[in-house]
Design a protein around this ligand. Sequence first.
Ligand SMILES: Cc1cc2nc3c(=O)[nH]c(=O)nc-3n(C[C@H](O)[C@H](O)[C@H](O)COP(=O)(O)OP(=O)(O)OC[C@H]3O[C@@H](n4cnc5c(N)ncnc54)[C@H](O)[C@@H]3O)c2cc1C
Ligand code: SF4
Length: 334
Amino acid sequence: MLRLPTFRYLEPRTLTDAVRMKVDAGPAGMYVAGGTDLYPNMKRRQQTPATVISLMRVAELAGRGTGDGGGVLAACRTLTDVAGDSAVRARYPAVARAAELVSTPPLRNMGTLGGNLCLDTRCNYYDQSYEWRKAIDFCMKKDGAICWVAPSSPRCWAVSSTDVAPVMVALGAEYRLVGPTGERVVSAARFYHNDGIDYLTKQRDEILVDVRLPAPDGWDCVYHKLRRRGSFDFPVLGVAAWVRWDRGRGKGEGGRVSEARIVLGGVASWPQEVPEAGAALAGSALDDDAIAAAADAAYKPSKPMDNTDFDLSWRKQMTRVYVTRALQELRARH
Ligand SMILES: Cc1cc2nc3c(=O)[nH]c(=O)nc-3n(C[C@H](O)[C@H](O)[C@H](O)COP(=O)(O)OP(=O)(O)OC[C@H]3O[C@@H](n4cnc5c(N)ncnc54)[C@H](O)[C@@H]3O)c2cc1C
Ligand code: SF4
């Protein structure tokens, strides 16, 4: 049985105290929320914080609220809570859907929205016990020097495997961060970085406090997920598809798409937007030709590596299939 190492555990009650404790702990400190990602990683010694600062008792991170037409989701709300919130389901069904597709009920009862959006990247050579990783002399992401997936590569290609982040990028959500130098708001798209090690652009001590969702005013969004076991696994491909319908044309009135975004999860170290796919949809009525053009545009830059489940060439082909299905769902809902 894998055991947790010894560590110091702190439970601040305010954001100010949490940030101060993190700064005091230095690089050996880490935040934890539900712990469903961090604690398994600590058991496998992939992450080895000497001090763990829990965010779960910080009141500012637990609040609820979806007022004023726009949604504000506090970072420490559990995925079960977000997925079951009637206001989220009514206004932001893609967010609720992505949250309810994460793993299993017990993990959604513990796992939080913030932890999901800050989830560590994943790789078959990294998500292994210490002894397993030691046997291959480790890898660049932790304790080693080489990348076993792309040995001549100077960077790590571990995969962004969060279900909710692609939806946040597609929606154009904004994240509020609080750190030692104050508060700032960044777009979800700018929060992520295409590097398996430095996969977030946030400063080390910053806390993701809440997520601001745009008012639901004429756009729609869906999320589709590919995984081996439908009730359990991480995504090996996620597709978030967002469209804005022309103003003045209501539901069922045969409107056209004025803007669109397609964001892929599970194929790169960040949620990967494919602007060419969005462009292929602009001005269309989501007819079959436009959907085929968007699916083709998304297929080309989708370059899964051989470091998660399934054959990588099949995963790439599935990009076309899943983008098609997502766009067909959007068309059927209009
Ligand atoms: C068997 C298994 C299956 C899983 N399947 C899926 C899946 O299908 N899809 C999926 O998306 N995830 C999956 N997960 C991962 C995980 O359970 C979820 O992503 C969960 O939402 C993580 O939230 P958490 O609160 O437990 O994160 P934690 O483990 O507490 O934290 C994760 C990371 O985020 C940081 N962090 C947490 N909150 C904040 C914050 N507010 N501000 C700044 N940093 C923060 C932590 O420091 C840590 O680095 C799975 C995990 C397991 C063990
Ligand atoms: S992509 Fe390479 S460096 Fe990154 S975790 Fe996998 S083997 Fe390690």
